[in-house]
Design a protein around this ligand. Structure first.
Ligand SMILES: [Zn+2]
Length: 408
C-alpha cells in the first residue's frame, strides 16, 4: 500500500516505507524521488544501473567474459544469452515505469573486458560493423544519449587500443556518434556537471554526481580542483605504462545525507610499484565517509587498503564478483575490522565463487553472497534499504531485504 504524506517542507511525497519489497514477490517498481542503484549479477563482469531521483538513467559498465572458466561462477541467469543481452533485458524490466526506456548516460570506468565486453568466435555482429558484446550489446538494444569514458576523443592514453575488444568498442563509438546521435565526452575529474538530472532537476536540488578520479588525476574535495597523482604518460615508456586499473574513473553520488562511491578497479596497494599506483588514498581523502560503496577492483588483493576502508567507513559494501580470487582474505579482514572503524557494516556480493567461500575464514558472515543487489534510497536521501533479487531466472523475485538504514 502506498500513501501520500506531507513532509516537513510542506511538499507532497510518496511514503517510501509503504512501497515495500516483500520476500517471494517481484521487486517493486522504481518510484519518483527514489534513487535506485542496481548491481546486476551476470557472472561475467560488472554492470550497474542507476535510476536517479527524477528518472534519469545511468549505466556503469557492462562486461562480458564468454569463455567458460572453472575459476568463474556460472553465467547468470544462465548461458543461453550473452551478458549484454541479459543486462539489456534487466534494464527494460527495471525501467518498466517508462514507456520508452533508454539510457541517458553510460559511464565506462576503464577499458577492461569485464567492464566493456570480450570478443569470442561466433558472437553476433551488428549490421553497423561491430560485434555485440557487453556494452555494445546493450547499446544495440537501448538508445544511449551520452557516453563518458576516459579516452575520448583520441584514446591516445590507452595502451590496448589495438586489442580486438578495443577496436570493436571504437567502431561502436564511431557508428553511434556518426549515425545514431550519441554524444561522447571524456570523464573529467572534479566536475559535477557531466552527469546531471535531465528530467526534473529543480525538483531534486539535493542530488549531485561528482567525478572523483580518472587517468591519475584526482579531485581534491574542494570545488572542482584536482591534483595529478600520476606523472605524465609522455615521461613513461609505453611498455611501462601502468595497468589499466590505475586509470579507472570514479565518482561520488550524493542525495541529501546519503553518499555512495564507485571507484571502478582503482588499486590502493602498491606491491612493487611506484607510490602513485595507490589511487585509493588520495581518493579517500577527497571522498570521506560514505553510506555505501562498491568494493574497488572486485575486492582483489591490490585493493581496499586500510586508509581507504577506514576513511570511507561504509555501512553497506557491495561487491561485484564471480571469480575465485575475488574477494581476498586480506580485503575481507579489513572490511570486518572494528579497529579500522567502529560500528556495524554489511557486505553484499553478486556471486561469491565456492572456492572463495572455502578459502576465506568468516565469509559466511556476508549478509548476502549471491543475487542482484538493489540499493533503494528514500526520497530526499534520509535512509536506504538493500533488496536482494533472484539472479537464477528473470523472476525478479525478492530473496532478502535489509534495512532501512539511516543515512549519516
Ligand atoms: Zn574489473
Amino acid at each position: 500500500m502506498r500513501l501520500l504524506l506531507a513532509c516537513c517542507l510542506g511538499l507532497t511525497v510518496t511514503c517510501f516505507a509503504c512501497a515495500e519489497d516483500v520476500v517471494g514477490q517481484p521487486i517493486a517498481p522504481w518510484e519518483p524521488g527514489t534513487l535506485d542503484i542496481h548491481q546486476i549479477s551476470t557472472g561475467r563482469g560488472n554492470a550497474g544501473l542507476y535510476i536517479l531521483p527524477d528518472g534519469t538513467t545511468l549505466l556503469v559498465d557492462t562486461g562480458e567474459q564468454p569463455v567458460k572458466n572453472p575459476k568463474h561462477t556460472p553465467a547468470r541467469p544462465d548461458d543461453s544469452r550473452l551478458a549484454g543481452e541479459w543486462v539489456a533485458r534487466y534494464i527494460r524490466h527495471a525501467l518498466r515505469h517508462d514507456e520508452q526506456p533508454a539510457l541517458d548516460y553510460v559511464l565506462l570506468t576503464h577499458f577492461h573486458q569485464d567492464h566493456l565486453g570480450e570478443l569470442s568466435p561466433g558472437m553476433p555482429a551488428s549490421p553497423h560493423g561491430y560485434i555485440l558484446t557487453g556494452l555494445t550489446r546493450v547499446g544495440e538494444d537501448l538508445k544511449i544519449a551520452k557516453l563518458l569514458d576516459r579516452g575520448w576523443p583520441d584514446y591516445a592514453n590507452v595502451a590496448s587500443t589495438n586489442a580486438r575488444f578495443m577496436t570493436n568498442y571504437l567502431a561502436f563509438v564511431k557508428w553511434q556518434t556518426g549515425q545514431n546521435g550519441l554524444q561522447v565526452e571524456r570523464f573529467v575529474p572534479g566536475r559535477n556537471d557531466q552527469v546531471v538530472l535531465c528530467r526534473e532537476p529543480k525538483k531534486y536540488p539535493q542530488f549531485e554526481f561528482r567525478n572523483v578520479g580518472s587517468n591519475g588525476e584526482i579531485w581534491t574535495g574542494q570545488g572542482t580542483n584536482t591534483e595529478r597523482r600520476m606523472p605524465s604518460l609522455d615521461t613513461i615508456p609505453r611498455k611501462q605504462w601502468p595497468d589499466e586499473n590505475v586509470f579507472s574513473s570514479s565518482f561520488l553520488m550524493s542525495y541529501g545525507k546519503f553518499k555512495f562511491f564507485n571507484g571502478g578497479d582503482q588499486p590502493g596497494i602498491r606491491k612493487n610499484s611506484p607510490a602513485w599506483y595507490d589511487i585509493e588514498t588520495p581518493v579517500a581523502k577527497a571522498v570521506g565517509p560514505v553510506d555505501a560503496a562498491i568494493l574497488d577492483h572486485h575486492g582483489y588483493v591490490d585493493s581496499m587498503n586500510e586508509f581507504f576502508v577506514a576513511t570511507l567507513r561504509a555501512r553497506v559494501w557491495t561487491l561485484s564478483v564471480w571469480d575465485a580470487h575475488h574477494p581476498t582474505t586480506g580485503v575481507w579482514q579489513r572490511l570486518q575490522s572494528e579497529q579500522l572503524y567502529p560500528g556495524p557494516r554489511e557486505v553484499f556480493a553478486t556471486d561469491v565463487h565456492p572456492d572463495a567461500r572455502l578459502a576465506i575464514p568468516g565469509l559466511e558472515r556476508m549478509a548476502s553472497d549471491h543475487g542482484h543487489i538493489v540499493l533503494r534510497v528514500a526520497p530526499g536521501g534520509g535512509s536506504y534499504r538493500v533488496v536482494i533479487v533472484d539472479d537464477t531466472s528473470e523472476s525478479h523475485r525478492v530473496t532478502k531485504t535489509f534495512g532501512p538504514y539511516p543515512s549519516r
